[in-house]
Design a protein around this ligand. Structure first.
Ligand code: ZN
Length: 411
């Protein structure tokens, strides 16, 4: 093998140019329009296929609509790179696209060589769940956690069924979990993503290793009191479910602060929900997150205690309905250690961050040694056309990603 056949360094400037091109093609002043299972999304994926075609590679769809490309190496085991091209409506230009186009650049750096490991790219289908409310569609199929029966009945805002819409894109929902067969050849997975939070920007650092994703407990606290006239019911004779729910929102914030996690009451629905009536029923949507499973369980217990106290104080009762949960997912210790080294060498953070948002990597991690790198988000903004990262930070983050990718390929 001659020198010219060695895996080259990635060229971060090309990733930036690709990102800008994709933003022009499927975005604009109104933001990205790559909503999953739409024509704009398909157009973005076809463009990706064209780019791979220029280095002699082709995309192949799996049973769940994930797209894969592969550059054969000495060994059959795959060092996999990627993320998702889909966006929320009016989304940002970097969320997901950065990780896919950085993976494309890794393949370009390997083109014309036979690397020690086979090098793979994946574009996961419908990470955002923006249309049907089912996040991590493609990566959960790969992980074998996709519940096809439950997903079948989901509808979009126009009332169209998920099963029918994915069918138009060549996905037979009942067979989507067949994508899991792809797992067995995967030796590693690396995802570069924007932080979507304010930490790295505040520290002035271009890139950070990620140690894992937080656990989430999401449930509905339902307070039942008694609806009554807002004018003629004295304050000391009320059973105000709305007041109990509002009190719980403050408790959730306090419990999260004390536990070192995050907690949000993102919605409170009151009935009858008019100015002239005390609320007889109030539902609070509670979302709790923590990197540590035991601490998360303690937060949840604390919230239940607080809800019972709020209910008692207002003469109400309370019940909790679970909505969704996921345990904390730790990334691979060895890859995270390597990630710390490349980030420190790039002038980034060496102490890993924990991701408060979920990513495709969280689905992959229980099955394949996985890690992520984050680069900063200006003002922490994401899922909006204002989403952005300073050019110098993007270039430094892609260079660090490329250095880590080389280690995974040559491992
Ligand atoms: Zn994303």
């Amino acid at each position: 093998v001659g020198d010219d056949a060695r895996v080259r360094d990635v060229e971060p400037g090309r990733v930036l140019a690709d990102l800008r091109h994709l933003a022009e093609l499927t975005g604009g002043p109104g933001g990205s329009r790559r909503l999953a299972w739409t024509g704009e999304w398909t157009r973005a994926r076809e463009w990706l296929g064209g780019q791979l075609g220029e280095i002699g590679l082709a995309l192949e769809a799996d049973e769940a609509g994930n797209l894969w490309a592969e550059l054969p190496g000495e060994r059959d085991e795959v060092a996999l790179f990627g993320s998702h091209l889909d966006s929320v409506p009016a989304g940002g230009w970097l969320d997901g696209a950065l990780g896919v186009l950085a993976a494309l650049e890794v393949l370009r750096a390997c083109a014309g060589t036979k690397p020690p490991r086979t090098v793979g790219l994946v574009d996961f289908a419908d990470e955002e769940g923006a249309r049907f409310g089912h996040s991590l569609f493609g990566s959960s199929a790969l992980a074998g956690t996709l519940d096809a029966a439950a997903a079948a009945g989901l509808r979009d805002a126009e009332g169209r069924r998920l099963e029918d819409v994915v069918g138009e894109h060549g996905v037979r929902l009942a067979e989507a979990v067949g994508a899991a067969r792809r797992r067995k050849r995967l030796a590693s997975f690396l995802e570069l993503h924007i932080e979507q939070g304010p930490v790295l920007e505040a520290e002035g650092l271009p890139v950070a290793p990620v140690r894992g994703t937080v656990g989430v407990e999401r449930e509905r606290a339902v307070f039942t009191g008694e609806a009554a006239h807002a004018g003629s019911t004295p304050m000391d004779r009320r059973h105000d479910a709305g007041l109990a729910a509002a009190g719980l929102a403050r408790d959730v914030a306090e419990i999260a602060r004390e536990a070192g996690g995050v907690g949000t009451v993102g919605a409170i629905a009151m009935q009858p929900g008019v100015a002239t009536a005390v609320a007889g029923r109030a539902e609070a949507l509670v979302d709790l997150r923590h990197a540590d499973g035991e601490a998360l369980a303690a937060m949840r217990a604390g919230v239940h205690e607080a809800a019972a106290a709020r209910a008692e104080a207002e003469g109400c009762t309370v019940e909790h309905e679970p909505i969704w949960r996921i345990e904390p997912r730790a990334f691979d210790a060895e890859i995270v250690a390597a990630a710390r080294e490349v980030c420190a060498a790039a002038g980034g953070r060496s102490e890993p961050l924990t991701s408060g948002a979920l990513h495709d990597a969280a689905e992959v991690a229980p099955h394949v040694p996985t890690a992520m790198l984050f680069c900063p988000s200006i003002r922490g903004l994401s899922h909006t056309p204002e989403e952005d990262t300073a050019e110098a930070d993007l270039l430094a983050a892609v260079a660090a990603y490329g250095a880590l990718a080389r280690r995974l390929i040559e491992r």
